[in-house]
Design a protein around this ligand. Structure first.
Ligand SMILES: Cc1cc2nc3c(=O)[nH]c(=O)nc-3n(C[C@H](O)[C@H](O)[C@H](O)COP(=O)(O)O)c2cc1C
Length: 368
């Protein structure tokens, strides 16, 4: 029978650092809110990830590194033994299905609510500036609470949360970790001058605002080899919390990326544009130029289709592509793209909560 598959290097293996991928189609991190109150992954999470194991790499849904780091109920964690055991079932099953999976390490910072913070305390942030967003609490969406600024002597405790979560990720059998430094959660809140008004060594200059991210990378790479650690950044997104961009995106992110080079990480992952919305880049910002400052492999994301991925890959602008929403409704996305099979459209109702419905019930195409 003639092989009518689409020819592109995107379907060929690649190594991101020391993580070997069967193809260059990556599943983007997707919060799906199907986890219990304790943040322990369960059987339907196992099924969901196994269904998508033909991705070259699965980046897990954002996973809380601590109770304080949590902003959304029903999201998983990676700081307790039960959570580690729950994730172990996911990683074992994904590996048995031939896939690779890294965990996205998440601290939401100011995007949280007193109702879900330990002891009903305020969420923490670089500065006491409220996020303009809803977060998900036990009684449904509520406006994010006013955060309090972290004291300088609390920062080592934040870094320790990342280190501990990285340890737990190792015990849970992941192939590596992705440091979530995107979408204006804690780490990006520190980086941007719009959300960081500190006057200590973690605020003010670019070097100071990048300091926490680099200290987190340092801590995580003491647990994992750096070539199993990736990082996600989103220099031009207002998501989440309607956060203004940094006043000098090129200088700030350029500095950060050059510092990251020292670690020789597995990959850099950008959300290009406004997360899940558009690929519009404000004037004066050139994401390809920023990306090219990075010495290692690069994953591009945001509103890609296969055609755009092929052309940007051919131009040398991406090494791999991450798809988010298409992976929700097409568990066999790689096969569908490879054989030109029509994609199922995702509906927003399926995104969060609701058990198996809209989660594990998307059929695979069988006609190739
Ligand atoms: C339901 C949903 C959940 C998401 N959860 C996360 C997340 O946990 N971590 C993250 O970094 N991005 C998250 N994102 C953003 C996606 O990873 C991705 O950047 C975005 O959907 C754009 O890619 P796409 O056009 O291929 O969908 C989420 C997006 C959606 C639609």
């Amino acid at each position: 029978m003639a092989d009518n598959s689409i020819r592109t290097e995107l379907f060929l293996p690649i190594k991101l650092g020391n993580i070997s991928l069967a193809n260059r189609i990556v599943m983007a991190p997707l919060t799906r809110s199907r986890v219990n109150e304790e943040g322990v992954p369960n059987e339907i999470n196992v099924t969901y990830y196994v269904q998508r194991a033909s991705a070259g790499l699965i980046i897990s849904e954002a996973t809380n590194i601590s109770a304080q780091g949590r902003g959304y109920v029903m999201t998983p964690g990676i700081w307790t033994e039960q959570q580690v055991n729950g994730w172990r079932k996911v990683t074992d099953a994904v590996h048995a299905a031939g896939g690779k999976i890294v965990v996205q390490l998440w601290h939401v910072g100011r995007c949280s609510h007193i109702d879900i913070q330990p002891g009903g305390e305020c969420p923490v942030a670089p500065s006491a500036i409220k996020a303009d967003c809803n977060v998900y609490t036990y009684i449904g969406p509520q406006e994010a609470s006013m955060p309090r600024a972290l004291k300088t002597d609390e920062i080592p405790g934040i870094i320790e949360q990342y280190r501990h979560a990285a340890e737990c990720a190792k015990q849970a059998g992941f192939d590596g970790v992705e440091i979530h430094s995107a979408n204006n959660y804690l780490l990006e809140q520190f980086l941007r001058d719009s959300t960081n008004h500190r006057t200590d060594q973690y605020g003010g200059s670019i070097e100071n605002r990048a300091r926490l991210i680099l200290e987190v990378v340092e801590a995580v790479t003491q647990v994992w080899n750096a070539d199993q650690v990736g990082i996600r950044l989103s220099p031009t997104t207002p998501e989440v919390g309607n956060s203004p961009l940094d006043s000098n995106v090129m200088a700030t992110y350029g500095y950060l990326i050059q510092q990251l080079n020292k670690f020789k990480l597995a990959y850099l992952h950008f959300v290009e544009g406004a997360t899940g919305k558009n690929r519009t880049i404000p004037e004066g910002i050139d994401l390809d130029a920023l990306r090219s400052l990075f010495d290692g492999p690069y994953i591009g994301n945001n509103n890609y289709d296969l055609e755009m991925a092929i052309s940007r890959h051919a131009e040398g602008k991406i090494d791999a592509v991450a798809f988010g929403r298409p992976f929700i409704s097409n568990p066999d996305l790689v096969e569908r793209l490879r054989y030109g099979i029509e994609l199922a459209e995702v509906n927003n109702d399926a995104y969060y909560g609701n058990g198996e419905k809209g989660y594990t019930d998307w059929p695979k195409a069988n006609d190739f």
